[in-house]
Design a protein. Structure first.
Length: 147
């Protein structure tokens, strides 16, 4: 069996200590590191207003996409930006857990047309710029599907 070394050091943020509306700031650039589930995860150090010290936080996909739209694809631009936390109890990989969404100012947690959670601009569609270009969501005509 092949093993990889987890290079993330330090304490992990206990999401049970968070509540919706808490303010958080990232204090380091984000890095992709191996996750315990075998894939990759985006991790940064953060500071929660009213709590002591820094902690590691895993940044979920909806939060990462919102940070890219709000501040650009270079995570050094995400440092020291005030983010509002939104907490949802959920089931992750069959286990009850807590999803913490990091919301830039002017964004909100919503669902896309497929029912997936997204963090998007208030009143706007979730759009993720790719290579610096925003592509509109393509509308698919059901008559064009061959089956």
């Amino acid at each position: 069996m092949k093993f990889t070394i987890n290079t993330t050091t330090g304490n992990w943020l206990d999401k049970k200590t968070l509540k919706t509306g808490d303010l958080i700031k990232l204090t380091t650039e984000a890095k992709e590191v191996p996750s315990q589930q075998g894939g990759m995860q985006v991790v940064a150090k953060c500071k929660v207003k009213g709590q002591q010290g820094e902690s590691n936080i895993s940044i979920n996909k909806p939060s990462k996409n919102a940070l890219i739209v709000a501040f650009g694809d270079d995570s050094t631009n995400w440092i020291d930006k005030p983010l509002t936390v939104s907490i949802e109890k959920t089931i992750i990989a069959g286990k009850r857990g807590i999803a913490a969404y990091l919301i830039p100012e002017g964004f909100e947690v919503t669902e896309d047309e497929g029912g997936y959670v997204v963090v998007s601009k208030i009143g706007g569609q979730a759009s993720v710029p790719l290579n610096g270009v925003e592509y509109p969501e393509e509308e698919i005509n059901p008559d064009d599907i061959p089956f």
